[in-house]
Design a protein around this ligand. Structure first.
Ligand code: HPA
Length: 273
C-alpha cells in the first residue's frame, strides 16, 4: 500500500509541477459555501480536479472541484475549492488524498476551513471559530494502513495540532480589524446526516463547540507531516436541537454567503501572519 500511495503521489505532484506549481507555501482548503474565496487570486492557474491524476472530485454542487494556484500577499498559495467528504463513499484515503498532495508538494501552512453547526450557545450563526483542537468521532483515520515514513511517524503526536502561536497572532490581527474570532473544539461526525439533538448534547458534554463532517482528515495528514495548521469554522447554523427547528443545507450556504467578506479578510490574514 505505501508503495502504491507513493507512486500515486509522485504521479499527481509531477503533473502539478509540470503545470508550473513550484514550492507552494500555503494551502487553503475551502469548505461548503466558502469556495468563492477562490476568486481572490488574480491571474490564477486553475486546474479542474478531474484533469489531475488520482484526484477525485466530490459531487456537491457548491464545491467547485478546482485546484487554484497563484500569489496572495507575495506568498505562493494553492487553493482547493471543493473537497471530497468521507461520507461520499466512506473512503478516508480518498478524503485525505488532496491534503497528502499538498504535504508532498511541500506546503508549509495548511488553512483548513469548513461550515459547522454551532454547539456552544455563547457563539452564534455567522461567527468564525478558530479550531483549537478536534475530536475525531468519524470512526476512521486516514493514517490507518502502511505509514509513509518519509512524511511522518507511525504514531504521530496530536497535542499541538492547531498552531497556538498562529491562533494568537490571527486573533490579534482580526481584533485590530474589528473582527472577533471565536475559538473552540471541532467535532467530526461522519455525516451525511446532520446530528440528532441527543448527539449534540453528547458532543457538548464531551467538550465540543462545533460539529461538522470534514477538516479532521486533512488536519491529521498535515499534522503527521509536521506542518502548521490553522482551522477556521464558519458557524453556519445552530446545531441540531439547540433551536426547536430542523436544519438544512440551504441554511448552511446562506450563512456562508453572509460571512463571505469577513471570511475573506480572515483567510487573507491567516496567509499573511
Ligand atoms: N452539523 C454537521 N455539519 C455541518 C453542520 C451541522 O450542524 N452545519 C454545517 N456543516
Amino acid at each position: 500500500m505505501s508503495d502504491e500511495l507513493r507512486i500515486k503521489l509522485k504521479e499527481t505532484t509531477d503533473f502539478l509541477k509540470a503545470k508550473g506549481i513550484e514550492n507552494p507555501e500555503v494551502g487553503v482548503i475551502l469548505g461548503s459555501g466558502l469556495n468563492d474565496y477562490a476568486d481572490r487570486i488574480e491571474d490564477p492557474l486553475v486546474i479542474p480536479y478531474n484533469d489531475i491524476p488520482n484526484m477525485q472530485a466530490g459531487k456537491l454542487p457548491d464545491h467547485r472541484g478546482q485546484l487554484i494556484y497563484g500569489e496572495i500577499s507575495g506568498k505562493k498559495v494553492i487553493l482547493l475549492a471543493g473537497r471530497f467528504h468521507y461520507y461520499e463513499n466512506g473512503d478516508m484515503q480518498k478524503t485525505a488524498y488532496p491534503a497528502r498532495v499538498l504535504a508532498y508538494l511541500g506546503v508549509k501552512r495548511f488553512i483548513i476551513t469548513n461550515a459547522a453547526g454551532c454547539i456552544n450557545e455563547n457563539f452564534g450563526v455567522g461567527d468564525l471559530m478558530l479550531i483549537s483542537d478536534h475530536i475525531n468521532y468519524s470512526g476512521a483515520n486516514p493514517l490507518i494502513g502502511d505509514n509513509l515514513e518519509e512524511l511522518g511517524p507511525r504514531i504521530p503526536d496530536m497535542t499541538y495540532t492547531y498552531n497556538r502561536e498562529l491562533r494568537e497572532a490571527l486573533k490579534k490581527r482580526a481584533h485590530e480589524e474589528g473582527i472577533e474570532l471565536r475559538e473552540g473544539v471541532y467535532m467530526m461526525f461522519s455525516g451525511p446526516t446532520f446530528e440528532t439533538p441527543a448527539e449534540i448534547i453528547f458532543a457538548r458534554t464531551v467538550g465540543a463547540d462545533a460539529a461538522g463532517m470534514s477538516t479532521v482528515p486533512e488536519a491529521i495528514i498535515a499534522n503527521h507531516a509536521e506542518r502548521e495548521i490553522i482551522g477556521i469554522s464558519c458557524l453556519s447554523n445552530m446545531a441540531a436541537g439547540v433551536l426547536d427547528q430542523p436544519l438544512s443545507g440551504q441554511e448552511v450556504n446562506e450563512a456562508a454567503m453572509l460571512v463571505k467578506d469577513t471570511f475573506k479578510k480572515v483567510v487573507d490574514m491567516a496567509i499573511e501572519i
